[in-house]
Design a protein around this ligand. Structure first.
Ligand code: 6PG
Length: 230
C-alpha cells in the first residue's frame, strides 16, 4: 500500500484538481471512471470547484457511487446525495444513469442489500471478485469515523459484506455504509480533511491507531492519499 500526503492552503481548488486529474488518468486507459463520493460538509466546496473546472471532463464516462448515506429522503438537507447533486452532479451535468444513489428513504438493511447487489452485478459483468473503485473519497469525523464506520458499531467487524446498514451509537441513528472489504478493494482511497479541525486526530490515524475506524482503511494493493486543508 502506497501513501501520499498533500497539505494545501487552497484546499478546495487543489483537491478538485487532484480528483479531476485522477479521472483523466483513468479515462486514458479505461472506459469508465468509478468514483465514490464522500458526504458531510468538507467535500461540498471541492465538488463545486470540480463542476466549475471540469468543463472539458467526460462526465458521461463517470460512474458515481456514495461511500455512505444518511437514512433520509434524497431531498432532505441531511442527504449526502442532495449535497452532491447540488454541488457537483447537477452543475456538471452528470446524467442520472451515471449515479448510483443509496435509497436512504427505505428500510436501511433493504437499501444496503439493494446497493450491494447493484455493485456486485457490475463487478460480475467485469469479471471482478468485488467492485473496485478507481477513486474512493472519504472524510474523517471528530471520533475518527469514516464513511459511516463509527467507533463501537457493528459494521467495523464486517469482513464479507460490501454494503451494510449500520447503527451509530454516538449519533443514535441508522446509516448505510461501505464496509472495509469494499473500501480496501479500491485502487485509490483519498481522504479529504480540513486539517485545521483535526490535526492531532489525523496524526494518530496516520500513525495507525486503530481505535479510530479511519486507521483501518488499508487498500491492499491500492494507494491512500490524504489531502489536508491547512
Ligand atoms: C457523513 C460522512 C462522514 C463525514 C465525516 C466528516 O455522511 O457524514 O460520510 O463520514 O465524511 O463525518 O464530516 P464533515 O466533512 O462534515 O466534517
Amino acid at each position: 500500500m502506497k501513501r501520499e500526503i498533500m497539505r494545501s492552503a487552497n484546499f478546495a481548488h487543489d483537491a478538485a484538481e487532484y480528483i479531476l486529474q485522477r479521472a483523466r488518468d483513468t479515462l486514458a486507459t479505461r472506459e469508465t471512471f468509478r468514483i465514490a463520493l464522500s458526504g458531510g460538509n468538507t467535500p461540498r466546496p471541492v465538488y463545486e470547484e470540480m463542476a466549475k473546472a471540469g468543463a472539458a471532463m467526460r462526465w458521461d464516462r463517470w460512474l458515481v457511487t456514495f461511500g455512505d448515506e444518511r437514512c433520509v429522503p434524497p431531498d432532505d438537507a441531511q442527504s449526502n446525495f442532495r449535497m452532491a447533486r447540488e454541488s457537483l452532479l447537477a452543475p456538471a451535468g452528470v446524467a442520472d444513469q451515471a449515479v448510483l444513489r443509496m435509497r436512504g428513504e427505505i428500510d436501511p438493511p433493504h437499501a444496503a442489500h439493494e446497493y450491494e447487489e447493484r455493485l456486485d452485478l457490475i463487478a460480475a459483468e467485469n469479471d471482478e471478485a468485488i467492485y473496485r473503485h478507481d477513486l474512493l473519497l472519504l472524510g474523517l469525523g471528530d471520533d475518527g469515523h469514516t464513511a459511516s464506520l463509527f467507533p463501537e458499531s457493528t459494521a467495523l467487524s464486517e469482513g464479507e459484506r460490501r454494503v451494510v446498514a449500520n447503527f451509530s451509537p454516538s449519533m443514535q441513528n441508522w446509516r448505510i455504509t461501505f464496509t472495509y472489504p469494499l473500501i480496501n478493494a479500491a485502487r485509490e482511497v483519498c481522504f479529504l480533511v480540513n486539517n485545521r479541525k483535526h490535526a492531532d486526530l489525523v496524526e494518530r490515524v496516520l500513525a495507525g491507531d486503530t481505535r479510530y475506524p479511519a486507521a483501518r482503511v488499508q487498500p491492499g494493493d491500492g494507494q491512500i492519499t490524504w489531502i489536508l486543508g491547512t
